[in-house]
Design a protein around this ligand. Structure first.
Ligand code: ADP
Ligand code: MG
Length: 231
């Protein structure tokens, strides 16, 4: 059995609808979707060991089935530059989360590579009651929230569908490169869209998927946060 099926079955068994970030990212990896390097630590010592292995700067995040929006809970600390900073941030995160929701079940702390800043895009999928699995693409921040500049296609996507979803955005000129913004690797984004389409087509029990943000680089792209919700 593949990792994706194992993770989904385990969540169902535990009665969980929302997969944890490391679970969602493991599924992404199995489908060739590039994610930040990560490991789940169960104590401070492990966290600093994993940080050394992954390389600095590091981001720490809470892993809890009871915390969906991690930063609201003080559960995300970015830009940690040394092993000492990682050990103190580990305690700080547990403290913050305890204050936010005392009864939250803690699975561990996610230690991950910090992705360099770049243009943020969003890849999503939603299971439409009428059309089935549908994939979404847009630019991050105000482009999605204020301007609603997003494109949808019913899965499965062809490479041409994926390209159109990108090039037909009003904000596409930004991805092609504009003033201080270098051009984004469109082929890498097309690859992520096609892999996301395969992922949701293979796994019809996925109700929602949210890769947000995806950092688009001149070469490649990286998923920083991943959410998957089951039916
Ligand atoms: P939330 O559950 O609150 O959405 P995220 O994992 O999205 O938590 O983290 C919040 C924000 O922190 C992200 O939107 C991003 O700006 C930043 N961030 C998180 N992880 C990383 C990372 N690995 N590299 C760079 N920035 C990150
Ligand atoms: Mg997020």
């Amino acid at each position: 059995m593949n990792q994706t099926t194992k993770i989904i079955n385990q969540a169902k068994k535990e009665g969980r609808k929302a997969l944890l970030e490391p679970e969602a990212k493991t599924i992404c990896l199995e489908y060739g979707i590039p994610v930040t390097k990560f490991k789940v630590a169960s104590n401070q010592k492990e966290a600093s060991k994993y940080a050394d292995e992954i390389g600095y700067p590091i981001v720490l995040k809470i892993v809890s089935p009871d915390i969906i929006h991690k930063s609201d809970a003080g559960g995300v600390i970015v830009n940690l530059r040394t092993s000492d900073e990682v050990t103190s941030a580990y305690c700080k995160i547990l403290d913050n989360v305890k204050k936010y929701k005392a009864e939250a079940k803690i699975v561990g702390v996610l230690v991950q590579e910090m992705a360099p800043n770049s243009t943020e895009v969003i890849v999503g999928a939603i299971k439409d009651p009428q059309f089935g699995q549908t994939v979404m693409f847009g630019l991050g921040g105000i482009f999605v929230e204020v301007l609603k500049d997003v494109n949808f296609r019913i899965a499965p996507l062809s490479v041409d569908d994926a390209k159109e979803m990108i090039t037909e955005l009003k904000a596409y000129p930004l991805l092609k490169g504009f003033r201080n913004t270098p051009p984004a690797d469109i082929d890498a984004l097309v690859g992520i869209l096609c892999s996301t389409s395969r992922l949701v087509m293979d796994n019809p029990e996925i109700k929602e998927l949210d890769l947000n943000p995806v950092l688009a680089y001149q070469k490649g792209a990286k998923i920083v946060d991943a959410r998957i919700i089951l039916e």
